[in-house]
Design a binder for this molecule. Structure first.
Ligand code: FEO
Length: 392
């Protein structure tokens, strides 16, 4: 793809990765992704903001063919999908300085073995004049790593936000057109990489909200010409109030746990509680992560296998623990054959969560009437807890 003009002095360069289906060997990318770099041509100096994933380096380098001088490479974030082509850019533009936070300097050195003399580190709020254009750098840790920053192009009210406000979408549209599609992809992205750092994200959000934001250009996905709705979406995702909702990751081996899951879904639904069940044998973990953004309660449903939870349930618990969602209540349901420590093991795996543990419902073999009634009781307890806490 050729460079595309955004404003008189700002150009999109980069690569649309239509085929990629997995990120970090973990995160599903149902809609592919893009690696957005941006060229800002001031009257005196030129800066490239971010690069692209090394697998797409030839595309970026071809787009740079008409750039004779490059003074600065701004590296918002050391992760290689944005920084990985910097070594090749420095081969072509040996006089360019790599502009980054002091923390990113060390990480870029570790990850890319960049030489010491290429760096120009910037403090929070520092500006860089390119002649008639001014870049202001704002440190925004944990969007997505601790070294991250964003850049505000003062004269144009344009925020280059890297992962912040980004979404994994491959598209030929440069700007957001379908807000519904972008909202879902942005929430998925927030859930997968930023949810554990909600309190820091909230501070970063307050920081960028003080700017006159006419456009937000992230380094994945499409450019926001209307900044207000994505800011509002982030506000709801970081808020501490969960929804009246249960996330129910489940796995069943011979059907007993599945019978419990079906009864539990019906019982919760009948009491006005929303449920999002996820069959862990076919789950898209991005969807599970998205549901965890909102849920007030997590209930893991698993048979007992080798004296503990099924490995797929353990995986869901590990992931939920790492993502640190805002859920307030936790329980376990499932069937066992002769015994085990399923509840103890799962509870131990979810120690990051600040939750009240509700009485689990475990049954021996095929669930009997009393087991199904116990599930109804757990559903009633959850509905009452949600109501008492004002979760809607
Ligand atoms: Fe898009 Fe955290 O890298």
């Amino acid at each position: 793809m050729e460079p595309r003009q955004i404003t008189e002095r700002v150009f999109w360069l980069g690569a649309v990765d239509w085929d990629r289906r997995l990120f970090d060997s973990l995160i599903p990318l149902p809609d592919g992704t893009s690696y957005n770099a941006y060229l800002v041509r001031g009257s005196e100096k030129t800066a490239l903001l971010d690069s692209v994933d090394p697998s797409m380096a030839p595309q970026l380098l071809a787009q740079m063919d008409k750039v004779r001088d490059l003074d600065f490479i701004v590296s918002h974030h050391a992760e290689q999908d944005h920084s990985g082509t910097i070594p090749l850019l420095l081969e072509r533009f040996p006089n360019a300085k790599v502009v980054c936070t002091p923390k990113a300097r060390g990480m870029l050195t570790d990850l890319l073995h960049l030489p010491e003399n290429v760096f120009a580190t910037v403090e929070d709020g520092e500006t860089l004049r390119l002649g008639d254009r001014t870049l202001r750098f704002l440190h925004t840790p944990w969007v997505h790593w601790p070294e991250t920053m964003v850049t505000y192009l003062e004269e144009e009210g344009l925020l280059f936000s890297c992962d912040f406000f980004g979404s994994h979408i491959a598209s030929s549209d440069l700007f957001v057109i379908d807000k519904g599609r972008v909202l879902e992809a942005s929430k998925r992205y927030f859930a997968e990489i930023m949810m554990p750092f909600r309190s820091v994200i909230a501070k970063n959000l307050e920081k960028v909200k003080t700017l006159d934001l006419r456009m937000i250009a992230p380094s994945h996905g499409q450019i926001h010409q209307d900044a207000s709705w994505i800011l509002k979406a982030y506000e709801s995702w970081i808020s501490e109030a969960p929804r009246n909702m249960v996330v129910l990751p489940f796995v069943s081996m011979h059907g007993s746990t599945r019978i419990m899951v079906d009864r539990f879904i019906s019982s919760l639904t009948g009491r006005g509680v929303s449920v999002e069940p996820f069959n862990l044998t076919v789950v898209d973990i991005g969807k599970l992560a998205m549901a965890l953004v909102d849920a007030a309660t997590i209930v893991v449903a698993t048979p007992t296998v080798l004296a503990g939870p099924h490995p797929l349930a353990a995986y869901a618990a590990f992931l939920s623990n790492a993502l640190r969602p805002k859920a307030k209540f936790l329980s376990v349901i499932g069937s066992y054959g002769w015994g085990g420590k399923t509840v103890e093991v799962l509870s131990g795996m979810l120690s990051n969560l600040k939750v009240e543990i509700l009485d689990p419902v475990l049954c021996k073999g095929l669930p009997a009437k009393k087991d199904l009634e116990a599930l109804d009781q757990l559903a009633a307890t959850i509905a009452a807890k949600h109501c008492e806490n004002g979760f809607v």
